[in-house]
Design a protein around this ligand. Structure first.
Ligand code: GAL
Length: 363
């Protein structure tokens, strides 16, 4: 049935408008599972070092339980071997569908063979699973758009397109093990490369290739280490630093920590809308974040699984771009949102994602 569905999905190429509708999911609410023919959905989140993955896991649990499924939610704590065994356990122990955010996008291929043999739908959640033909669907945000939002923010802040602006910047990308990281980097350079070429943007460290900017496992400690080295080797002599373009809030957090002990006050970008980053934006320590609403993604993911269970076609927004090395994975991509101090209320408070007092904005 899975195979049949995928063929139809591929053939029909249902390209529909990008973007998710707002849902009213409350992460704090729990739902009593309905006892119908109860299917088990395995959910594998990569780690708990960033609050977003805890929220994502809880929202997925909520959305699946609401629909009457039993949820087996696990975090792999950034340990690739642990994630592989958790996945194997789910495949061997009766999971009817598996939602997975890989730690290492290419490290699951051999384990996933078992899922394919048992016809278990596998949904790549937020990060694409590479080198496997066992992936039924990809639900995520448009990662290239995330990178472009960083780039456009820098372009606007430093008035680069007037031809007059100038900016000394450093780039802190995500983990090379996560296929999202390079896509975000590509989106960023799509906007900034012309300014790097004409000298309006300078990267004083000279570290500009993706590999040079990557942050192992998106870890704060890794970002702190690299920033500390740069402070000593590049910025010790009074060189200006105007922007640190960080691909996630955890990385941004590490940069804020290191720069707190220096006189440099560049603008800092981030991604995810983690609570401490929103507090930093309110306090002026971080300039912006790119928000990916996990309520929307969890809802979309549950819709996809439910469609597959019911033998109907999940809605697809992209059936061309996400080639994982083995297949083109039908995808549903949501639009990320640029958050600055000016729209925190609209996107994060009015929608109930955070309470005003949590972020330091009492109404
Ligand atoms: C990436 C994701 C980012 C961020 C990061 C940190 O895959 O695209 O939004 O959450 O993981 O774990």
């Amino acid at each position: 049935m899975k195979k049949f569905l995928l063929i139809i999905v591929s053939v029909m190429m249902l390209i529909t408008a990008v973007g998710c509708g707002q849902t009213k999911t409350d992460t704090k609410k729990t739902v009593n599972p309905v006892k119908r023919d109860q299917k088990i959905v395995g959910v594998l989140m990569p780690h708990r070092e960033s609050p977003r993955w805890i929220k994502d896991g809880n929202n997925l649990r909520y959305e699946f339980e609401k629909r009457g499924y039993k949820v087996d939610l696990q975090s792999s704590d950034n340990d690739v071997e642990r994630q592989r065994s958790q996945l194997k356990y789910m495949i061997d122990n009766g999971a009817d569908a598996i939602i997975i955010t890989p730690i290492d996008s290419g490290a699951l291929s051999d384990v996933l063979v078992g899922a394919k043999e048992k016809n278990i739908p596998v949904i790549a959640y937020d990060r694409l699973v590479m080198n496997s033909d066992a992936v039924s669907f990809y639900v995520s945000f448009d990662n290239k758009a995330v990178g472009r939002l960083f780039g456009e923010y820098i372009e606007n802040t430093f008035a680069l397109n007037s031809g007059a602006g100038f900016c000394n910047a450093e780039i802190f990308s995500g983990s090379a093990s996560d296929s999202n990281a390079e896509v975000i980097y590509e989106g960023l350079l799509e906007v900034l490369q012309p300014y790097i070429d004409n000298g309006q943007i300078r990267i004083p460290s000279g570290q500009i290739a993706f590999e040079e900017t990557a942050t192992y496992l998106w870890r704060k400690e890794e970002a702190q280490k690299r920033m500390t080295n740069l402070l000593n080797s590049v910025y010790g002599n009074g060189t200006r630093l105007d922007a640190v373009i960080c691909s996630s809030d955890v990385i941004a957090n590490g940069i804020v920590n290191v720069l707190n002990n220096s006189s440099l006050r560049p603008i800092i970008t981030g991604q995810d809308g983690d609570l401490y980053s929103i507090q930093y934006i309110v306090a002026g320590k971080q300039a912006m974040t790119v928000f990916k609403d996990s309520r929307l993604l969890a809802d979309k993911c549950a819709h996809v699984v439910e469609s597959i269970f019911n033998g109907t076609l999940p809605e697809v927004t992209d059936n061309m771009t996400y080639n994982n090395g083995e297949m083109i994975v039908p995808s549903y991509l949501c639009e990320p949102i640029l958050i600055t101090k000016d729209n925190i209320k609209e996107h994060l408070l009015d929608t109930g994602y955070y309470a005003p007092e949590e972020v330091g904005l009492s109404e």
